[in-house]
Design a protein around this ligand. Structure first.
Ligand SMILES: CC(C)(COP(=O)([O-])OP(=O)([O-])OC[C@H]1O[C@@H](n2cnc3c(N)ncnc32)[C@H](O)[C@@H]1OP(=O)([O-])[O-])[C@@H](O)C(=O)NCCC(=O)NCCSC(=O)C[C@@](C)(O)CC(=O)[O-]
Length: 311
């Protein structure tokens, strides 16, 4: 099902403030989180997943969710969406009270991961999401859906493409405007990603699919390229390659936003993102966390700048 033409434009959904930071052991200050969003806006990101309304006992790093979202929305940039994760009605109500205009429900294609991540089976999770999508619709709030473990699960191993298609189709039927397909542990390769996308695309139009690829085995950019060739035009990515899921030990961050932008620039596909400003942001947030940016592109651009400054 490859398409000969790549999409002319791609929408990147920035994961840094949520997926990127949720697994940081040291609590990141609310000021730093808000400043990260501001810098991402200035780099041209139009969708920035800002926080998650999950239990602070499960994910302490997101415990300042209401304050982060309220402060971000108080100076929202024109045309930028600030989705937040909401696993259930309680999370949705708290997100709505903080002003959310877009939320995301998150399920999985693997039973064990669903239990570890959100403490319920896949079927129970879908039952919990339905009242969220109904309440969101009544409040005029957009809902995005996620499916985790689309090629592999940290507890069960390989995941059948059909299981991914079933959950994705149910999320769309429930009213999600788009489903993001998460290779949570980054084990996918172009071949397994294409097999999975072919199964899902039989049930959900490709225009409603997004790729969410972690870079554990260094395949995420290749997986983005393979997905582009199948017509997928929305990708989740995390500045500086930050991140990891608390319930997928050893998995590294999302594909770095700057790596995706470098790929897209090379392909002549427009993302509307300023690579230099993005690399500055990767360097800034990595310094806040006391490390170098993980991404190859950020390190290469920063090294080139340092060399030019010495010349
Ligand atoms: C889903 C729950 C809440 C179920 O947790 P639970 O314990 O089954 O919930 P419960 O309904 O039995 O309630 C237990 C307690 O949690 C509270 N509670 C209940 N709901 C909420 C809420 N929304 N916000 C705040 N508090 C909440 C509730 O009020 C109660 O408090 P208590 O009476 O004990 O004081 C829990 O399992 C949880 O928070 N899990 C965290 C999941 C998470 O954030 N995972 C990481 C994000 S997903 C991800 O990274 C993957 C993704 C999306 O990026 C894609 C990919 O890469 O694959």
């Amino acid at each position: 099902m490859t398409t000969s033409k790549l999409p002319a434009t791609v929408r990147i959904v920035e994961m840094g403030p949520r997926d990127g930071l949720q697994n940081e052991k040291q609590l990141v200050s609310t000021n730093t989180k808000v400043e990260l969003v501001r810098r991402l806006e200035r780099a041209g990101l139009k969708a920035i997943e800002t926080t998650s309304f999950v239990s602070p006992k499960w994910v302490p790093q997101m415990g300042d969710n209401s304050e982060v979202l309220t402060r971000v929305l108080a100076a929202a940039a024109l045309g930028v969406a600030y989705p937040v994760l909401t696993p259930n009605l309680k999370g949705f109500e708290a997100a709505l009270a903080a002003g959310a205009r877009e939320v995301a429900v998150f399920g999985a294609a693997s039973e064990s991961f669903s239990q570890k991540n959100i403490n319920c089976s896949i079927a129970e999770s879908l039952e919990r999401f339905r009242p969220v999508t109904e309440a969101a619709q009544a409040a005029g709030v957009k809902v995005r859906g996620y499916v985790s473990c689309v090629v592999g699960c940290p507890y069960e191993g390989a995941v059948a493409p059909q299981a991914v298609a079933d959950v994705a189709a149910t999320l769309i039927e429930m009213g999600c405007y788009e489903v993001s397909l998460g290779d949570t542990i980054g084990v996918g390769t172009p071949a397994s990603i294409v097999r999975m996308l072919e199964a899902v695309a039989k049930r959900v139009p490709v225009e409603k699919l997004a790729g969410h690829y972690h870079d554990t085995y260094g395949m995420a950019v290749a997986n983005v390229h393979a997905s582009l060739q199948m017509g997928v035009a929305v990708f989740d990515a995390s500045v500086g390659g930050l991140g990891g899921c608390p319930y997928a030990a050893g998995a590294s961050g999302n594909v770095a936003t700057e790596d995706v932008v470098w790929l897209l620039n090379g392909l002549g596909v427009d993302s509307g993102i300023d690579l230099d400003a993005l690399v500055d942001t990767a360097a800034w947030i990595s310094a806040q966390l006391g490390r170098e940016p993980a991404s190859r592109v950020a390190r290469a651009v920063l090294a080139k700048r340092a060399k030019a400054a010495c010349a």
